[in-house]
Design a protein around this ligand. Sequence first.
Ligand SMILES: *[C@@H]1O[C@H](CO)[C@@H](O)[C@H](O)[C@H]1NC(C)=O
Ligand SMILES: *[C@@H]1O[C@H](CO)[C@@H](O)[C@H](O)[C@H]1NC(C)=O
Length: 151
Amino acid sequence: MFSTKNNKILLTSFLILLLSPIALSSSIHDLLKARGLPAGLLPKEVKSYALYENGTLEVELQGPCFTKYENRVFFESVFRANLSYGSLTGVEGLSQEELFIWLPVKDIIVDDPTSGLILFDIVVAHKELSLSLFEDPPDCKPQGMCQVSTF
Ligand SMILES: *[C@@H]1O[C@H](CO)[C@@H](O)[C@H](O)[C@H]1NC(C)=O
Ligand SMILES: *[C@@H]1O[C@H](CO)[C@@H](O)[C@H](O)[C@H]1NC(C)=O
């Protein structure tokens, strides 16, 4: 039979195994970086994510929320896209405000990291934004930021 000490070791290993998926789920930002995309494309408030074999990335946020890169953007509580190296295509769950209109973002592409640019395809327009806007995961707030940022 196992001694108490061995049982403790077993229990500890079991707990580590049990907890590791949680540790992994906090590394969506590392996954983005590993795929040639800036970590700041997704906010800090990520609850969990899954990457399926067909390339579909599904990210669950703590709730629908607003944040800002160049313009304001709105994340729905679930963000979905086809993840491949340097791009997120067929994006669902992200909109960007353009001239007071909210438009769905369809594709996000980093063709050439040395250009320092990231392309946002928002159906009616292609926007090239500075990659530097996306270095760090932003805070994403449930309310619109227009009320929050004016003092
Ligand atoms: C990829 O697989 C996931 C999980 O099985 C599924 O939910 C999703 O619809 C699939 N995506 C496509 C585009 O087939
Ligand atoms: C995802 O992107 C890859 C590479 O562009 C493509 O081959 C694949 O068909 C796409 N998958 C879906 C489900 O759109």
